[in-house]
Design a protein around this ligand. Structure first.
Ligand SMILES: Nc1nc2c(ncn2[C@@H]2O[C@H](COP(=O)(O)OP(=O)(O)OP(=O)(O)O)[C@@H](O)[C@H]2O)c(=O)[nH]1
Ligand SMILES: [Mg+2]
Length: 452
């Protein structure tokens, strides 16, 4: 695939110690050699070796730079490439880009370098998408997930599955050529076995999506309880910030307030909510409705209580969270008002702590508990699905495999079986990019930054 020369800054806009400009495409080295003069005139342009020199525009020297060059296919994009490290001035970068464009480059579109890397077979589509996730990662958990996906993650597993299905389909379709003779090339028991193995793998990946996605975006934790129990005080204490309004008036918080925080490498999204009670106030009632939604959308619930709540009421609330599949921690707040305050864990089932949000007591233990319950520890090496597009494709793979299983059970003809198998193959291929079209690629790469 012949590609024109593209250029773009690879470092963010603004001033910094260094700025990096990338160039990729056929003719890159020719363009660069026209504007770059090495300090040591004898130094030839060797691949993957850095050279020191000047970039000049006409007679004017723009900057002293380091220049890397790469030959195709031994580069990020798989094309001829160059990288110029100059001083990180917006003005210098702008001048250099102008100079490159006058010499035959054009500005790259968002994600175009990675798109070329994909088109040139340097990485599959799921790996290319992981590059964007890696750049966006802001916690240990999101970084590890993106990094393992970029290294291949589940892509290899999916490709193996796809190959096995393809082998199976070819046997099934061979039977069609001999349809009069009623021969079976594809052993039906083996097919059933393969189908169930693949279904199991697909199921596991689908199951990991909820967690994977939560780790990538931050685990939603709803802070709930009756009015005045200290929910907003707790949010502020966790964040060490005066984020939410606190007052002794019950019903202070009306709208939900959401803030992120990273604890032991995992990002949590804490959601402070309006206190739960029957309210005749229209606005408060709307806020309470939102609190219920926050519980529904949360992965975890921090249930705050004070002395006014009976064990029975707490039990009812816990029953509700349990039915909704939420992990829950009960927090007896305002322990500082007790005669002899005792902070820390009270019980394991339900997980219960005594804290003082106001004094910040017991919160370190609470944070450690949250990190443990997030369930990332010990799973950091595990492959997890984080990408919605992959999730959707796998749901389609699952239904195609289910269709095929019932077809096998009721002895459907090979032509029908192969339709289902081909469906599964097509959807698997969408994830890694064996099956794709320009719309999908456009959609994926437009979300990248320029220069990547
Ligand atoms: N002594 C003591 N007072 C607290 C503690 N936490 C909160 N308070 C007080 O309890 C009152 C209510 O606190 P908020 O944080 O506004 O309570 P809330 O649960 O957000 O209340 P709503 O938004 O109305 O549902 C305020 O006067 C706080 O100062 C605590 O740990 N100890
Ligand atoms: Mg509040």
């Amino acid at each position: 695939m012949e590609q024109d020369c593209i250029c773009a800054p690879a470092t963010p806009a603004g001033s910094g110690a260094l700025g990096v400009i990338r160039i990729s495409g056929k003719g890159t080295k020719g363009i660069v050699s026209r504007i770059f003069s090495p300090k040591n005139a004898a130094s030839a342009m060797h691949d993957r070796q850095v050279r020191f020199g000047e970039i000049t525009d006409g007679g004017e020297c723009l900057d002293e730079v380091l220049l890397w060059t790469f030959s195709a296919p031994h580069s990020y994009t798989g094309e001829e490439m160059a990288e110029i490290s100059c001083h990180g001035s917006a003005y210098i970068m702008q001048r250099m880009l102008e100079l490159l464009i006058r010499n035959g480059c054009r500005m790259a579109e968002p994600g175009e370098f990675t798109r070329r890397a994909f088109l040139n077979g340097k990485m599959d589509l799921s790996q290319a998408e992981a590059v964007a996730d890696l750049i966006a990662s802001d916690s240990r958990a999101s970084h590890q997930l993106a990094f393992s996906q970029m290294r291949g993650g589940y892509a290899q597993e999916l490709r193996t599955m796809r190959d096995e299905l393809i082998r199976m389909v070819s046997l099934l379709e061979l039977e069609l050529d001999f349809s009069e003779e009623d021969v079976k090339f594809a052993d039906r028991n083996q097919l059933k076995e393969l189908n169930s193995t693949l279904s199991g793998k697909v199921e596991r990946l689908i199951g990991s999506f909820r967690m994977g996605n939560a780790l990538k975006k931050g685990i939603p934790v709803a802070i709930v309880g009756r009015p005045n129990t200290g929910k907003s005080t707790l949010l502020n204490a966790l964040l060490s910030d005066d984020r939410a309004i606190v007052s002794p008036i019950a019903g202070t918080t009306r709208d939900t307030i959401e803030e992120c925080m990273t604890i032991e490498g995992v990002t949590f999204r804490f959601i402070d909510t309006a206190g739960l009670r029957e309210s005749g106030d229209v606005v408060e009632a709307m806020g309470i409705e939102r609190s219920r939604k926050a519980i529904d959308n949360a992965e975890m619930v921090l249930h705050l209580t004070d002395m006014n709540e009976t064990a029975e009421e707490t039990g009812t609330a816990l029953g509700e969270y349990g039915r909704k599949g939420k992990k829950c921690i009960v927090l007896h707040n305002k322990e500082d008002l007790a005669e002899t305050p005792r902070y820390g864990k009270v019980s394991d089932n339900p997980v219960t702590y005594r804290i003082s949000a106001l004094r910040g007591e017991g919160l370190d233990e609470l944070k450690r508990q949250l990190a443990r319950m997030a369930g990332f520890e010990g799973r950091s090496g595990e492959v997890m699905l984080t990408n919605l597009r992959h999730y959707e494709a796998l749901l389609n793979v699952r239904s195609a495999l289910e269709e095929m299983r019932s077809g096998l059970e009721c002895g459907r003809t090979p032509d029908l079986l192969s339709i289902d198998a081909r469906n599964a193959i097509r959807h698997l291929g969408k994830i890694t990019g064996e099956v794709t079209n320009n719309d999908i690629l456009g959609e994926i790469f437009s979300r990248f930054c320029i220069g990547k």
